[in-house]
Design a protein around this ligand. Structure first.
Ligand SMILES: Nc1ncnc2c1ncn2[C@@H]1O[C@H](COP(=O)(O)OP(=O)(O)O)[C@@H](O)[C@H]1O
Ligand SMILES: [Mg+2]
Length: 397
């Protein structure tokens, strides 16, 4: 069928034509906004899940909902290169200036801009923010990130309140925050929450975030709700495939749908990829079982290329070997002990490799003593492309 009107959206953060199966999270977020507006305490949300389940898409949706409800938003993604203090300064510049035109800014907002200016100056290397404000003295200028960020968030929250608005910070890939940065952020949010100010953080990232947050600040669990998202259940996965097609007057054979569901297990990214390929292959406005079978090879090739292979790109040989050993054990989660046995090593000597893979976001610990891939079906990919038999005798790097 005509690829030009192909409705499917495989890709990082690509907005799907039908956001299936996320009503509960959207309701939770709407509740958070309403309670913030009323000055009532409410836990912030950090959405966690594996790669490709739709965390970024959900965060973008939250962004739109917040804006539609007169909140000011700033969205960002953390990487290993992020300079956190810089980032916070830029985000708050954007949200504070969005509160109102300069000439109608209330005193609280003018104060927040002065605090922001002071906060920016104390950024390592100094940061000159283009702002029509004088740096305040005695707030956000101690050089201690935790204290300064608290001053910034509290005054920003007061400014938003004065303007009958609120601020939502949306942070993707939260697991890549450095520990001191995460500590400072949690601590600052804690103060904001205690003052019932309309400012909140909504995050997304990999499943290890609750553990990381708990390690950063023991009271983090009182501040955050961690909704977990994953594969879509069967009715939702069907909707994700059918509704976009129906809008173009195209239908699926039941058998075709069932085959795609069996292949994708309902993982959103896989559904979009399969939908896209099978659409292009189908010749009339019914997508048939045969089309699905014919598309499979292309889907596998595209997933390998666009989803699986890129993840392994920056891994060392030792790390690849570790993941091959995991995959050789079948489907996860894996006992870390069993991985070590497979590699004929002791667990302690493997711990730097394991930590580094966790740091790169390739694996995580679903519970104590266990390890699993952060990418769905990664075990399959590894067995197909990096079987342990081929790797076991490579030299260590
Ligand atoms: N609820 C959903 N229904 C259908 N497709 C979705 C849904 N959420 C995400 N997708 C699709 O899944 C893919 C991955 O989404 P993304 O937000 O980048 O995942 P993540 O951030 O979890 O890695 C995209 O192609 C997107 O269009
Ligand atoms: Mg994402």
């Amino acid at each position: 069928m005509d690829p030009i009107i192909n409705p499917y959206t495989p890709g990082v953060g690509s907005r799907p034509p039908e956001l299936a199966g996320r009503d509960e999270q959207i309701t939770d977020f709407t509740t958070l906004l309403k309670r913030l507006s009323l000055g009532k305490p409410q836990k912030s949300l950090i959405v966690t899940g594996l790669r490709g389940v739709g965390k970024t898409v959900l965060l973008n949706t939250f962004n739109d909902i917040a804006e539609a409800n007169s909140f000011k938003t700033a969205k960002t993604e953390i990487t290993h290169e992020t300079n956190f203090r810089h980032l916070m300064a830029r985000l708050f510049r954007r949200t504070l200036l969005a509160l109102s035109p300069m000439e109608r800014l209330k005193d609280q907002a003018k104060k927040a801009l002065s605090v922001l200016k002071a906060f920016a100056i104390k950024t390592p290397g100094g940061m000159e923010l283009s702002l029509d404000a004088e740096a305040i003295s005695g707030l956000a200028d101690s050089g201690n990130l935790e204290e300064d960020l608290t001053d910034l968030l509290v005054t920003a929250g007061e400014a938003a309140k004065a303007h009958n608005s609120g601020i939502i910070l949306l942070i993707d890939e939260v697991q890549f925050l450095e520990k001191p940065d995460f500590e400072a952020l949690i601590s600052a949010l804690h103060q904001v929450t205690q003052k019932n100010l309309p400012l909140s953080l909504v995050g997304a990232g990999l499943p290890q975030i609750p553990t990381l947050a708990g390690e950063a600040k023991s009271y983090a669990e009182r501040l955050f709700e961690y909704p977990v998202i994953g594969k879509l259940n069967k009715p939702a996965a069907k909707r994700a495939l059918l509704i976009p097609a129906k809008k173009e007057g195209v239908d699926f054979e039941d058998r075709a749908i069932e085959a795609i569901l069996a292949f994708t297990h309902g993982y959103p990214y896989f559904l979009q990829e399969y939908g896209q390929h099978v659409w292009n292959i189908a010749s009339d406005d019914i997508i048939r079982y045969e089309d699905v079978m014919q598309a499979e090879k292309q889907v596998v090739a595209t997933l390998d290329e666009n989803f699986f292979r890129v993840r392994i790109g920056r891994s060392t040989k030792t790390e690849v070997l570790y993941m091959s050993a995991m995959a050789s054990l079948g489907e996860g989660p894996y006992k870390s002990q069993a991985i070590a046995e497979k590699l004929e090593r002791n667990m302690q000597s493997l711990s730097p490799t394991r930590s580094s893979l966790i740091g790169k976001g390739l694996i995580y610990s679903p519970e104590y003593g266990y390890t699993d891939f952060t990418v769905p079906k990664y075990d399959d990919y590894m067995r197909r492309n990096h079987p342990i038999e081929h790797l076991a005798d490579t030299d260590e790097d």
